[in-house]
Design a binder for this molecule. Structure first.
Ligand SMILES: Nc1nc2c(c(=O)[nH]1)N[C@H]1C(S)=C(S)[C@@H](COP(=O)(O)OP(=O)(O)OC[C@H]3O[C@@H](n4cnc5c(=O)[nH]c(N)nc54)[C@H](O)[C@@H]3O)O[C@H]1N2
Ligand SMILES: Nc1nc2c(c(=O)[nH]1)N[C@H]1C(S)=C(S)[C@@H](COP(=O)(O)OP(=O)(O)OC[C@H]3O[C@@H](n4cnc5c(=O)[nH]c(N)nc54)[C@H](O)[C@@H]3O)O[C@H]1N2
Ligand SMILES: [Mo]
Length: 607
């Protein structure tokens, strides 16, 4: 089974993804997390004991924000539900605060920042380690209220010792003086937060970099306090007890490549191996829900080819697209206007604690089946209970109610939640209930056996020698990174005419000096090649791109036969994942390296 990104956008996905997984009863379970945020789950799991304990910048009360590898002006924030992020970051500057963006591209967010630092892709880990090093060297460490709740500070000091600002400057492209100044600005701000996203997770050292983001927040006393990085408390969540079992990875390994399990799933970079390789346990059938791995997974040409060899495939998806064209059966969910919504996933990462539920704006059409019903029937079939099983029983409900099944489940979660709300409360306030600004949660949120934050977890310490070795590796050649655009969302909005008209979105951004040297012209065509494949892309020469780095967005390449996406087909773009490498993974999280991919770029004959 493969669960894709919109699984976390729907109430059905939020309530039933776990039921589906349990019903499958197989270890061949994959999600988009291992091409996305899994490093953050692992670092949070190791630091706090819970993989969903991910702090978010308290943007409305902070004085200084350091953003790495994220472009919230385009993405709207990620693992950081921050409506009107543009307005909120403007307000931060108006009240005298500042924000700095670290990104190899002058993104929309970087252009609006107080400072933009153009880093070499994949090297945030060095910058962050040097900042930790400098905090200790300049005696700027101050845990404030966290003192007494943190183990392992001395261990972190030792791990950071080789990474002086001078040692990393040449490697990450940011001067030692700049690193010192940035560290001081972070440490001396009244209230500050560090935030990292895609450019810090889908990289060679994704877990170590994700961990360092939190280490900086902790060492400056900014974790868990107003204006720092705080843990939301959603209305459907549960308060913790202050300690627990902790978090472990690698409880089992994948059959073919021996990659470790993370959070009960296997890295999606190895799905093709599991389909291709004969033997006991070979994957011969596949369920996809809200996913388009034929475009979204590295070396996707290989996975795409594998999908056509399966004995059976069923997809829950509204489109016949690059992935679902291989399915024997497609089960289409209704569109957002005809479904109920409560944001199970995104309210857990919101900058204010809020709760909001909406019933379907318009009813289902005759014969249409709600996504919740689709997912539960599928679960019942997978579990061997057959298509006519009692679905209420499957989710532990009994008796009659005027509420829908999803409403009953949500009601139960709200009632046992921290605010004692009920569904009726949310129905009474259709615009949402404001539960106030974020509040401090340490130590209640911790689920480590020690009941403390484990700042220097053993699996991470064991990965740092790999970082030390990489420090000595020379920087050479061109590297490829990704980007997002406001008018697009992964692969699934390109069939909407209003969103794809106008300027072409899928272009290869190239720095003017690189273009000149390589003989590329704006609007011309370039051949981009990597270890695994090549594509021909339209060139956009742009001074926003750092020299030595090129950028292509993902989710494009809608030129495959057998899809039914007429609008997308007219604006196909190219699939960047024909270039990304399925052998390149962050070993601690099994997450793909999608940024910092070595490529060769030449003018194409078509030019
Ligand atoms: N090179 C590169 N690759 C990347 C990334 C990158 O930055 N660079 N980003 C990665 C990231 S962060 C992610 S999250 C993944 C995404 O990877 P996927 O989740 O595999 O891909 P999406 O393109 O999001 O496809 C979503 C699918 O869900 C369907 N869909 C839309 N709405 C619904 C719905 O309500 N219900 C159901 N059942 N289906 C729906 C769409 O038709 C589409 O088929 O891609 C990853 N791949
Ligand atoms: N409009 C829109 N919104 C979206 C999406 C979308 O496709 N479109 N996708 C959604 C999804 S699934 C996700 S996961 C989120 C992602 O949310 P973000 O992480 O904010 O995503 P991006 O806009 O891709 O920003 C990533 C930035 O990292 C930079 N970068 C690349 N490599 C590196 C590196 O090595 N170091 C550093 N420091 N920076 C690097 C890129 O240049 C880019 O500007 O967005 C979500 N929101
Ligand atoms: Mo994502």
């Amino acid at each position: 089974m493969y669960l894709g990104n919109p699984t976390v956008h729907s109430l059905a996905g939020g309530l039933y993804a776990g039921v589906l997984r349990r019903s499958l009863g197989s270890r061949n379970f994959f999600t988009a997390a291992t091409v996305d945020q899994m490093p953050k789950h692992v670092s949070s799991g190791l630091l706090y004991g819970g993989m969903y304990s991910i702090p978010v910048p308290d943007v409305d009360r902070t004085d200084f924000l350091l953003i790495l590898g994220a472009d919230p002006f385009s993405s709207n924030g990620s693992l950081w539900t921050v409506p009107d992020v543009v307005g909120r970051l403007k307000a931060l500057r108006r009240r005298g605060g500042a924000f700095v963006v670290v990104d190899p591209r002058r993104s929309r967010t970087a252009a609006a920042a107080d400072r933009h630092l153009a880093i070499v892709p994949g090297t945030d880990v060095f910058l962050l380690l040097a900042m930790v090093n400098e905090l200790f060297a300049a005696s700027l460490v101050d845990l404030k209220a966290l003192a007494g709740h943190v183990n392992g500070v001395a261990g972190v000091r030792e791990l950071s010792s080789p990474f002086t600002p001078e040692a990393v400057a040449g490697r990450c492209g940011i001067g030692a003086g700049e690193i010192r100044a940035l560290t001081r600005q972070l440490a001396e701000a009244e209230r500050a937060a560090v935030y990292g996203r895609i450019g810090t997770t889908t990289v060679e050292f994704g877990t170590v970099a994700s961990w360092l983001v939190d280490v900086l927040n902790i060492l400056t006393g900014n974790l868990d306090r107003p204006g720092g990085a705080m843990f939301p408390m959603p209305a459907h969540g549960r308060r913790g007890t202050g300690s627990g079992k902790g978090f472990e990875v690698g409880r089992w390994r994948s059959r073919v490549r021996g990659l470790p399990e993370v959070a009960g799933e296997l890295p999606v970079v190895t799905l093709a191996d599991e389909i291709e390789t004969p033997g006991d346990g070979q994957v011969r059938a596949l369920v996809t829900v809200a996913g388009n791995p034929a475009l979204s997974v590295p070396n996707s040409a290989r996975l795409d080819a594998c999908l056509s060899t399966l004995d059976f495939m069923v997809s829950v998806d509204p489109y016949v697209n690059e992935t679902t064209r291989h399915a024997d059966v497609i089960l289409p969910p209704p569109p957002p206007s005809r479904r109920a919504h409560y944001d199970v996933a995104f309210l857990s990462f919101a900058v204010r604690n809020v709760a909001k539920y909406s019933r379907p704006a318009v009813p289902l059409r005759p014969g249409e089946v709600d996504e919740g019903e689709i997912l539960l029937r599928l679960s019942a079939i997978l579990a061997g209970a057959g298509p006519r099983a009692d679905l209420d029983a499957l989710v532990g409900l009994s008796g009659e109610s005027e509420l829908s099944r999803e409403e009953r489940l949500l009601d139960a979660k709200l009632r046992s939640g921290p605010y004692g709300l009920s569904l009726a409360d949310l129905l009474e306030q259709p615009h949402g209930v404001d539960l106030g600004p974020l509040t401090s949660r340490v130590p209640e949120i911790l689920r480590t056996p020690s009941g403390r934050i484990e700042l220097c977890p053993e699996p991470i310490a064991a990965d740092v020698p790999r970082v030390v070795a990489a420090l000595r590796r020379p920087v050479d050649g061109l590297v490829l990174v990704g980007r997002r655009h406001l008018r697009s969302n992964n692969s699934w909005l390109h069939n909407v005419p209003a969103l794809v008209k106008g300027k072409q979105l899928c272009t290869l951004l190239v720095n003017p000096a690189d273009a000149e040297r390589l003989g590329l012209v704006d609007g011309g065509s370039a051949r981009v090649a990597s270890r695994v494949g090549e594509v021909e892309a339209t060139v956009e020469v742009s001074a926003d791109m750092a020299a030595g780095v090129v950028s292509l967005p993902h989710g494009w390449g809608h030129d495959r036969p057998g899809t039914r996406l007429s609008t997308a087909r007219a604006h196909p773009g190219v699939n960047v994942n024909l270039l990304t490498d399925d052998l390149a993974v962050d070993p601690l999280s099994g997450t793909a390296v999608l940024n910092g991919v070595h490529v060769r770029v030449t003018p194409s004959a078509a030019q």
